[in-house]
Write a protein that binds this ligand. Structure first.
Ligand SMILES: [Cu+2]
Length: 323
């Protein structure tokens, strides 16, 4: 067994343990990691939002037995044709496909409402952190400083990273959906490999937990090891829940406890060496290569100094735009 396989095995076991402990018993989801079969679940829910440009439908769904409690989730759609004929507020029946690394809506159709009360009850306890547009930092503006605690229990502040390009995202260690938090961490591991080669000591990755009560430094330390993070340049941060909420508001992230899990969307942001917001990615469709190119633009504005493969602009015509 090589180290990679042992790691995959450990991750699968940890995930299984987490799922069993926190949410449910998932039969058969044992240690056989890549690539694994596709499981499908038939689910009923109500559409809260259609985001065609990011290919995401936000659905307040009923409990998915053996997988997830009732909650509101932004779920990816791979086939754009599935959006046809759907509107916000529709009650729908959908199929959720889940593999080890991905989950998406594979079928969806509107259904007649037999029991309006059942739908009204879907995710009613949602207590979203509503983000007022004016609270958000805009591209080019300075990101206010904040104070958190890292995986070693050490106090960290955003201003400690002045002079480096900072890529920040939000995760929680018990997240069961492969294309949400686990994907962000997998992407960060890839990004760390790229940036450590290209820009050693000029970058900082920061994963902030949305579950600060459970994700204490020791838990984050174990999580960092799972992704083979070099914590010199990749910090995992927890801290005061209020402080984390205020950072989330700055980026427009929403997250809320629902039925024993955190329902959330995603934000990954790039902050320049000058402490100003340079870019925001609002979904899981960004790639480590894309972020690496944005970092190259920030650190080496003169493109002839960049390595050849990073010379084309991160956004084809000119300045980066918000995602
Ligand atoms: Cu998550």
């Amino acid at each position: 067994m090589n180290a990679k396989w042992i790691l995959a095995l450990l991750s699968a076991l940890t995930l299984t343990a987490v799922l069993c402990g926190v949410v449910f018993q998932r039969p058969g989801a044992a240690a056989h990691a890549p690539p694994g079969p596709t499981q499908t679940f038939q689910v009923r829910g109500q559409i809260r939002d259609l985001d065609i440009s990011n290919q995401v439908i936000r659905i307040a769904h009923e409990e998915i037995p053996d997988y997830m409690p009732a909650m509101t989730m932004p779920l990816p759609v791979k086939d754009p044709a599935l959006f046809n004929g759907l509107s916000k507020g529709d009650t729908v029946q959908f199929e959720l496909a889940v593999t080890k690394d991905d989950s998406w809506i594979s079928h969806i159709q509107r259904v007649r409402l037999e029991d309006p009360a059942a739908v009204a009850n879907l995710a009613t306890n949602a207590d979203y952190i509503r983000t007022n547009e004016t609270e958000r930092v805009q591209i080019g503006e300075a990101v206010p400083d904040f104070k958190l605690v890292d995986q070693d229990g050490k106090e960290i502040r955003l201003r400690d990273f002045r002079g480096r390009a900072v890529v920040l995202t939000f995760i929680y260690t018990r997240c069961p959906l492969p294309n949400f938090c686990p994907l962000m961490s997998k992407n960060f591991a890839d990004l760390e490999r790229r940036l450590s080669k290209e820009f050693p000591d000029q970058y900082q990755l920061l994963s902030i937990t949305m579950d600060p009560t459970f994700d204490r430094p020791a838990v984050l330390k174990e999580y960092a090891a799972r992704y083979e993070a070099n914590t010199k340049h990749w910090s995992f941060a927890t801290g005061d829940p209020q402080q984390i909420q205020s950072i989330a508001r700055l980026t427009g992230l929403y997250y809320a406890w629902e039925g024993g899990l955190i329902s959330h969307d995603l934000r990954t942001v790039l902050i320049g060496p000058d402490g100003r917001l340079a870019q925001v990615w609002k979904s899981n469709v960004w790639t480590p290569y894309e972020v690496q190119r944005f970092v190259a633009e920030l650190l080496l504005p003169d493109k002839k100094n960049r390595p050849a493969q990073l010379r084309s602009p991160a956004v084809p015509n000119g300045r980066p735009k918000p995602a």
